[in-house]
Design a protein around this ligand. Sequence first.
Ligand code: CA
Length: 236
Amino acid sequence: MKKVLIIEDEQSILKLLSYNLEQEGYNVEVTMDGQEGLELALENGYDMILLDLMLPNKDGIEICRTLRQEKSEVPIIMLTAKDTEVDKILGLEMGADDYITKPFSPREVLARMKAIFRRAERSPSKDIVGEKNPEETIVIGEIEIFPEKYEVFVRGEPIELTPKEFDLLLYFARRDGRILSREHLLDAIWNYDFAGETRIVDVHVSHLREKIEKDTRKPEYIMTARGFGYKLEIPK
Ligand code: CA
């Protein structure tokens, strides 16, 4: 039975989530206090943590950061009260696996949890990484990708990508020039098989552009297909 910790100080949400998760067969533990939540998370092996952002005694960002500093790899879904907090969370790259904006339905939370569990079981996913080939190098213009070593060089310099940015770049690179819809990318990289929030794709593309493009206002590699999605081009 999978063990889930919910750290949330709004009683109604806490009750709704714990009831629905228990119905689905999860073993649920809860706390309304940030400090206590962190201690529980550090002491116990959970399979998943649902983490509110604003909490008494320690906020969700600090909890998430501390867990990652302590080398905990437990999947974390952030629960955010405001849409405006989402960019902040994504921008911080603090190691959360996903986020959900309130108000949400328990069904949506369960679907996201299942997507993360599926991802963990099949990672690193073969359809992103491809067959193992230690010698393989993908060259696109001035970008060199070494899939096996998770390394990327841009204009001869190594760059630091988050795992999701790396997956995204490699996925683009393996589908030379094909236009990919946001929904397609969401499904392929984040493993959401339902219409989720495609903004997570836009935010990751924008981070990726900052790292690989000379001028993000005039991208040469990752091109926007307006109203649809993105494609990777080889600059002339
Ligand atoms: Ca709260």
